[in-house]
Structure formats: C-alpha cells, structure tokens
Design a protein around this ligand. Structure first.
Ligand code: MG
Length: 299
C-alpha cells in the first residue's frame, strides 16, 4: 500500500495528516481507521503522522488488506484539494551511505570502500516532492544524488543480515542534494560531510511510503534521475556494494535503529550540477517520482 502525509491547507503552520493512496485518491487515515475499527475492533488508535503509523503497520496492514479486498475502501470519501508533504516530514534520523555504488565512487576519484561510509543529514533538510531545492548564495556547485530510501518500522540492535528485512516498513525516494565544492574543500581539510549535505531543502523525500509487500525485491529496482527530462543517472539497485540487509545489520551494530529512521542507500554514477530553473526528478516505477524545481536563494 502507499501512504502519504498531507495538509488540508497549504500553510506551514497547519498540522499534517497521514493518508492512504487508493485508486488515485487520498483517503484520510483517520476515516480508514474508524471504518476498520467498526468492522474489526483491534483497538487501533488513529496515528497522527506517518512516524506513528509505521510502528503500527505490522498489525494494521492486515486490516487494510481486508478492507481493500471487501471493497470497503471504495466507500470512504477522499480528501480533495490537499497538499501532499513528505511522507516523513521530520524523520527520526536520516542515515546516509556514501559511495555505495562502485561507479559513483570512481567518478569522484575515490576507492571503493571496504565497509559502509555512514553520515547523517539533518531532518530539517527534508522537503516534499514539488517543493523548491534552494541553492544557497555563494555555495558553488550543487549536485543531485538520486537514492532509494529504506524506512525503518521496527526497533532493533545487533540485528543479523538474516533478520534485517523484518525491520523495514517500506521504501521511498530521496535526493541526497550535495554542495560539491564545499564537500571537496571540507574533504581536503579532513572535515566531515555534514555541512555540505545538510543545507535546508537538501533532502527531498517522497512522494509516498510504499510498504514492503509491494516491492518484491528491493535489490532489483531501476532508479533513474532526470534533469529537465534528460537522463543523468540510471542504475539497478543490485549494483549496491553493501546490500540493504548488510547496511541494516551494520548500522544496528553501532546503535539501535528506531521506527522512523530513514536509510538512504547511496547514489549511482551520473551525478551532475543543478542550476536555478532546473527540475530534477528521481524515479523508481514501483514507488513513484520525486520531482523538485531548483531556485536560487536570492530569488
Ligand atoms: Mg548520497
């Protein structure tokens, strides 16, 4: 199933609500849960955002499937005129993996790593599909990095590779926007990746959260990045150096993973610059398209 977060009014001060995408409609999850409880009481509380929802998914998805099968979802009226925001507007953490495709490591003149390179992007950098990526004044070259994002739904520490996928609630897309000149300067001084990856609007996320049952094999997805319709990056997720189970197991050996954590799994080769006026799109057909216009800060 596909979930989104939405606002009823396009106002930054308005609260966000979780919704279920069903036959192209956005169904408010509060109504879906109310109907589900009427048919089959399980004591499910209406989650107030997708962070809360994903912890419920293991028990709740069976109820949703029942409602879909029995055509009950057809009876729920849709929300109209909503503004879709990022599926996790403020994720618990964004755990990012660097150089996880050999071709991308090589295009930046780096060796292929022998263990995962982990950094973080601030949750405040998240924007939704359709929102502007803002190029900070004087920052130099900024580049796109289209990535598959794994959303954690269950807590775990010291998780084996065999158990790792049981922690996954679903998938979405991320553009790991990077201030490349700043990153290169910081590398030369031995400084971390955080600032070059952490500017406001540098973590487009979305357009929706697709639950694990809809993705047969996350290690066989075609990811494509276009800029103004021209293909810049295209690869299969089978080319990752460290697989999703390996990444989850490795990260959970360092610290406990929590529901709402998002792991962005690295970018294939073909990164390139973004300038004001561009529209950059990250697509995995099974998930959707994350589309963002690019503007200058001073505009
Ligand atoms: Mg990246």
């Amino acid at each position: 199933m596909k979930f989104v977060c939405y606002k009823e009014f396009d106002d930054p001060l308005e609260p966000t609500f979780p919704g279920l995408i069903y036959k192209g409609k956005t169904l408010p999850l509060a109504r879906v849960v109310a109907v589900a409880e009427a048919f089959h009481p399980r004591g499910v509380q209406v989650p107030d955002d997708l962070n809360a929802l994903i912890a419920l998914l293991p028990t709740f998805s069976a109820t949703l499937k029942d409602l879909e099968k029995n055509k009950v979802l057809d009876l729920i009226w849709q929300e109209v005129g909503v503004t879709i925001v990022a599926p996790l507007p403020r994720p618990n953490r964004i755990l990012a993996i660097g150089r996880n495709y050999a071709d991308h490591a090589k295009e930046l003149g780096n060796d292929v790593p022998d263990s995962p390179i982990v950094f973080m992007k601030p949750s405040t950098a998240v924007i939704a599909s359709g929102e502007n990526i803002v190029l900070p004044t004087g920052v130099g070259k900024v580049e796109h990095e289209g990535e598959l994002a794994v959303v954690i739904g269950k807590a775990g520490k010291h998780v084996s590779e065999e158990e790792a996928m049981s922690l996954v609630a679903g998938y979405t897309l991320c553009n790991d926007v990077t201030a490349r000149d700043r990153q290169t300067r910081d590398f030369a001084k031995g400084l971390p990746w955080f600032l070059s990856k952490g500017y406001d609007t540098f973590a487009p996320l979305g357009p929706c959260l697709v639950t694990v049952d809809e993705i047969k094999n996350p290690a066989d997805l075609t990811i494509t990045v276009t800029v103004n319709g021209e293909v810049r990056q295209q690869a299969n997720t089978s080319l990752m150096i460290f697989s999703i189970p390996k990444l989850i197991s490795y990260l959970s050996d360092q610290f406990a993973l929590e529901p709402g954590d998002v792991i962005i799994t690295g970018s294939p080769s073909g990164i390139g610059p973004l300038v004001a006026g561009d529209v950059v799109e990250v697509t995995i057909p099974e998930i959707g398209t994350l589309s963002n216009p690019v503007v200058n800060e001073e505009d």
